[in-house]
Write a protein that binds this ligand. Structure first.
Ligand SMILES: [Zn+2]
Length: 278
C-alpha cells in the first residue's frame, strides 16, 4: 500500500506544488478539479483487492452467495456493459460481481471494478434493464475513479505535504488504515451519484437495454419509501426526485422512446429472480 502510493509520486512534486493551491482550496471553478487524482489506476486496483479481501473475510456482515448460475447472470450483464466504447479500464479493472446474501436493497462498487449486489436488490427489481442500469451506475463509480478522487480531495494536501517534509509513510499509513475500516469511504458524494447516473445512461446506450432504466429504479423506490430495507439506500443517496429529473433530461435530449418489453427483458429477469433462493 505504502509503496504503491509513493511510486512515481516524487517526480510529480513540482507539478503538484503548482497545482495544489488550485485543487485543494475547495474552489469549484478551478481547472477540472473533480478529475484530479493523486492516485494511479494501479492504486485503485490494489485498494479494490484489499477491500474485496476484507469483504470476503467478513461473512457475518458480507455473506457471499455461492450461486454460480446467478452470479454468472449478473456477470454477463457487467461484461456487456463494459463492452461499451465509453469504458476506459476494461481489461485493467476487475469488473467482477459478487452477490451478498442479505435482504438489503443496495449495490456498491470498490475501486478497481469490484462490484457487489445485495440479494435484496435482485428481489426488489422487476426487469433486467433496471438491474443493468444499477450495475452500469456501479461500473461508473469504478470507471470514474470516484473513491480515489474523493481521497485526493480529502487527503491530497497532507499527502503532498508529507512528501515534501519527507514523513509521508506515517501520513500514508494513516490514510490506508482509515480507509479499510467499515468501508465508509465508499460513500459517494451527491455529484458522484449524479455523474454515475449520467454514465450509466451513456453505457446502456450501446446495449439492448432501455438506457433510462435508472429512472424506473427511482420510481420504484419512490413507491416503497416506507420500507426499512430501503433506509440505508436512501441515507446514502440523493433524493430520487432530483435524479429522476436529471435522467428525464437525458431521455429527452437523446430522444429515447418509452421502454417496451423488447428493451426491459422482464420475463428473462423474472426467471432469474425466481431461481435465486429466498
Ligand atoms: Zn452510487
Amino acid at each position: 500500500m505504502k509503496r504503491t502510493l509513493m511510486n512515481g509520486k516524487k517526480i510529480w512534486i513540482s507539478f503538484l506544488l503548482l497545482l495544489a493551491p488550485l485543487s485543494f482550496n475547495g474552489c469549484d471553478d478551478s481547472v477540472s478539479p473533480s478529475d484530479f487524482n493523486l492516485f494511479s489506476a494501479s492504486d485503485d486496483i490494489q485498494l479494490g483487492q484489499q477491500l474485496d479481501a476484507e469483504i470476503t473475510a467478513n461473512p457475518n456482515e458480507y455473506p457471499i452467495l455461492n450461486d454460480q448460475q446467478a452470479t454468472a447472470y449478473l456477470q454477463d450483464i457487467v461484461n456487456t456493459i463494459t463492452n461499451s466504447p465509453e469504458i476506459k479500464y476494461k481489461g485493467t479493472f476487475a469488473y467482477q460481481v459478487k452477490i451478498i446474501n442479505t435482504s438489503t436493497v443496495n449495490a456498491f462498487a470498490a475501486p478497481g471494478g469490484y462490484l457487489y449486489v445485495y440479494k435484496g436488490l435482485i428481489k426488489f427489481l422487476d426487469n433486467e434493464a433496471t438491474m443493468a442500469a444499477v450495475l452500469a451506475h456501479e461500473v461508473a463509480h469504478a470507471e470514474r475513479r470516484h473513491a480515489t478522487r474523493r481521497m485526493t480531495k480529502q487527503y491530497g494536501a497532507s499527502i503532498i505535504l508529507g512528501l515534501i517534509l519527507g514523513n509521508n509513510p506515517s501520513v500514508l499509513e494513516e490514510i490506508a488504515a482509515n480507509l479499510l475500516t467499515g468501508l465508509a469511504f465508499l460513500k459517494n458524494s451527491r455529484d458522484d451519484e449524479y455523474e454515475a447516473d449520467e454514465y450509466s445512461f451513456k453505457y446502456l446506450q450501446s446495449t439492448n437495454w432501455y438506457p433510462g432504466a435508472t429512472k424506473l429504479f427511482f420510481e420504484k423506490i419512490g413507491e416503497n419509501q416506507s420500507g426499512n430495507k430501503l433506509e440505508e439506500l436512501l441515507s446514502t443517496h440523493p433524493l430520487p426526485q432530483e435524479r429522476i429529473k436529471k435522467i428525464d433530461n437525458l431521455i429527452e435530449r437523446n430522444s429515447v422512446p418509452p421502454p417496451t418489453e423488447a428493451n426491459l427483458f422482464t420475463t428473462r429477469y423474472t426467471n432469474f429472480k425466481n431461481s435465486v433462493p429466498n
